[in-house]
Write a protein that binds this ligand. Structure first.
Ligand SMILES: *Cc1c(COP(=O)(O)O)cnc(C)c1O
Length: 353
């Protein structure tokens, strides 16, 4: 048994992050500025995305993606049940209606067939979640969305470093939002990145900083002007240069961190191969998995304890674990507002249960 508790997801930091933050603080500019711009362009280059916008969170990025795509009241957005609540919450925030659908039983990503069945003339967007870091079937999803003239938005909170048929997530050009939350693969404490086409990113950039036409870095720069206009009321969703300083170091370390995740996943797979009590996570041959989460599913017939007790027994053995996720159809708001339950999302419910 381990002597020390193994936390669920500690950040992979060393003196380089400490030095980068100290340098940002000493620079005299701590909010959105040159480091954020640098992080945006290097992030876009790393996943071959057309353009990128640093945000205060992935949730902010998803909200901006919906606004940028013109989703609003009267519209419907299709969302998988097996996700974190933020994916659907932002749909409610733009005044649209989330349509919660079931997931594919193996990857637990949104099922292309479920989308087809849920589409109607009010459907404006589909939110796909690359669950645990395993890319969803983007070819099939894109085909369905293109045929119907619907925007595909990628909740890429788990998927930095992942690839679908050789293309990095973010590189397909759809609006994609990444998370740099403390437990995510690339961590800046709080923070996120929205990637997408330049026109969408420029609209999102305006909305991310109060709707002002001229950001503070430009206004307070030597060559800057104090003038600005507010063509549209916006939000306060900008990334700070302190976050970007962390992000730049983490981005440099991403290949090393990804290799380490891959190696740990292989070790789990080898170590658990003969264990009848659990089934192991899928990894399709045509994807690079980001291994944000290593999700095991319990084979209840081979166990004499239930899921909660299993997590408790791990904790007693000093191993941190969690359950990802309590599906949306089990959240009281979405049950009430969207009329979903275990019967409408049987695969997501079976995976949770
Ligand atoms: C973490 C997470 C988010 C939200 O990320 P924040 O950066 O905390 O806003 C959104 N979707 C999924 C699937 C997540 O796991």
């Amino acid at each position: 048994m381990r002597d020390e508790f193994l936390p669920f997801a500690p950040p992979f930091y060393d003196e380089r992050e400490v030095a980068a933050v100290a340098e940002a603080l000493r620079s005299g500019w701590i909010t959105t500025g040159p480091r954020t711009r640098d992080f945006e362009s290097r992030f876009a280059a790393a996943c071959a995305a057309p353009a990128a916008l640093g945000c205060s969170s992935c949730t902010a990025g998803l909200h901006l993606a919906l606004l940028g795509a013109g989703v609003g009241p009267g519209d419907e957005v299709i969302v998988p049940s097996m996700t974190f609540c933020a994916t659907a919450n932002v749909v409610v925030h733009v005044g649209a209606r989330p349509v919660i659908v079931d997931v594919c039983p193996t990857t637990l990503c949104i099922a292309p067939a479920a989308i087809d069945a849920a589409m109607n003339e009010r459907t404006r967007a589909v939110m796909v979640v690359h669950y645990a870091g395993h890319p969803a079937e983007l070819d099939a999803l894109q085909a369905v969305c293109r045929a119907r003239g619907v925007t595909l938005i990628e909740d890429a909170a788990h998927a930095i470093g992942a690839r679908y048929r050789g293309v990095a997530i973010g590189g397909a050009g759809n609006p994609a939002a990444f998370s740099f939350y403390a437990t995510k693969n690339l961590a800046t404490g709080e923070g996120g990145m929205l990637t997408g086409q330049p026109a969408l990113i420029e609209r999102a950039r305006l909305l991310a900083l109060h709707g002002m036409s001229n950001d503070a870095w430009k206004r307070y720069d030597k060559a800057g002007s104090w003038q600005y206009d507010v063509p549209q009321p916006g939000f306060k969703y900008n990334m700070t240069d302190v976050q970007a300083a962390l992000g730049l170091v983490q981005l440099d370390k991403l290949p090393v961190m990804q290799a380490r995740r891959r190696a740990v996943a292989a070790r789990y797979a080898a170590g658990l191969a003969d264990c009848a009590a659990v089934s192991l996570p899928p990894c399709a041959g045509h994807v690079e998995h980001a291994w944000h989460l290593y999700v095991i599913r319990l084979r209840r017939t081979a166990l004499c304890i239930d899921r909660d007790r299993f997590v408790e027994e791990l904790r007693r053995r000093n191993i941190g674990a969690s359950v990802h996720f309590i599906p949306l159809h089990r959240q009281s708001y979405y049950r009430r507002a969207c009329g979903v339950d275990a019967a409408t999302c049987p695969q997501a419910d079976a995976a949770f249960h």
